[in-house]
Each structure stands twice: as structure tokens, then as C-alpha cells.
Design a protein. Sequence first.
Length: 280
Amino acid sequence: MRKQYNDNYSRIPNRLFYMKNEDEEREEEIEYIKKGTIMEVVEDNKVILILHELYLGSDFRFKCYRTIDSLLKDIGYKLDKDNRKAIKNILLKLREMGYINFEGTETSIKSTTLLRIDVKNLKDNTKNNFVELAQCEIDKIMSLECDQRTKMGMLKFYLYIKARVYKREKTNDDTYLDRNSNAKAEATWQSFYFIHKWTNIKEEQASKYVDMLVELDMITVYKGKYKFKEKNNDLWKDLSSIYVINDLQASVEDIKEEIKLCVKQYIYILNRKGCIVTPI
């Protein structure tokens, strides 16, 4: 049985990192692209916290009343010129992309201007293809004794992995589908190459974030004891690391079972592509 958040949580669009290529129609596989995603357009990790605050802070009419300064206080940043400019830019970019709407221009909006932010489109975009971000997850990362840039990089890395992890749907009796009933694993395999491709996080940074998130007991990482090579290629490669979000599982045993299932799926897909897989 999956854990449930006893906390406030928001829904962040998967379009933060990747989106379906609407110009391409494929019979077997959906193509995802980075161009036009929120991170690609905004280029500021603080957008994660802003989306979180806008989602949680809206009323039943989808309105969120905030000033730039109040948003900065909410996300734990100093009230200085650079941060005020950054938050204004994030809001303007999100408006330009159609996720939110509010009155005012870049020059007319001041740090203390009360903005009536319409977040209906943001919430419509999180009915499907979203990742949940709980306040307790943010608090865990933000409580670390390291600089703000490292914390935000780690939050982005964590949220990307969580977005990539498959989530099994509930059945009618409010229980989750059995992992043994031909269900996908609630896990993901990711190489540092692909993590960098979608997040711009370099391998050295990503490796550091992995160690810190494991220390926080937020993720479990498994390095498969297998190697593979592609058809007509003599180069053997290690399997990519498998990641599990700990808070999506009820126990350590559940985490182990998800890893086993994920390894099985990973090898199956490699075999379908004509790869040779062998234990190390």
C-alpha cells in the first residue's frame, strides 16, 4: 500500500521538463521534446517554488492574491533587487506561456503591487501529466546546511526523477493495482546523460544530489548487476541506475519489489531492441 501525504501538496505540470511532440505521430512510441517546456523558457529553478505557491495559494475561484515580496517570503528568499527581478520575470514568462494571467506590465508592476493571479489554466494543465510536490519534501531539502543554489538544483533533480517514475492508478476499491498483475514498476531507470538532457544538471552535480537525497531517505538508487551491448556493437555498457521515490512506497520491502520489477522491465525492453544482456 502506498504512503499518503499528510501534508499540503501541489501538482506541477510534467511540462516543466518535457512535453509531447505534437508535430510527430508515432504508432509505437511517443516522442517527447524539451523545446517549449517551462524550464527551457523560464531558465530559473525558482519557478518550481513559484508554481507550488500559486497552486496551493489559490481559492475556489482559481485566484491567488500575492505581491512579489510576499512570494519571495513564502519561498524563503531575500527581499533584494535581483530576487525581485527574478520573480517578476518568472511570473511574466508563465503568463506569456498561458499558465497564469494577471494585470500589469513589466514596468507597472512593483514589488508591493497586489497581483490577482488567475491560475485556472495551470490547474487545467495538471489534471493529467503532472507530478505531486509535497511541502514536506521541499522542507526536507531546504533544511539542509548548504547554499540556496545547491538546494534548488537538488529539488529540480528530485522532481525530475519523481516525474519520470511511473505511478500506478487506483482501482475502484481505493487500493493500488498489484505490482504482480502485469503492472509497470513505480520506478525509473535514468542515465546521467538523459538527466542532463532534460534538466541541464551535469553528471558531477547529479551524482552529488543523488548522495544527498539518499542520505535524506528520499530516494533509493539501485545499480543493476548487468551489462548489455547493442546489436552489431562490441561495446558493453552498464545498465542505468534505477530510482525509487521512497515516499511513494509503504515499506523497504515494497521498494525492493519495485526495483525487481523495474529491472525485469528494463531487460525486457533492451531485449526487444535486440540488445544482449548478461549478468556482471
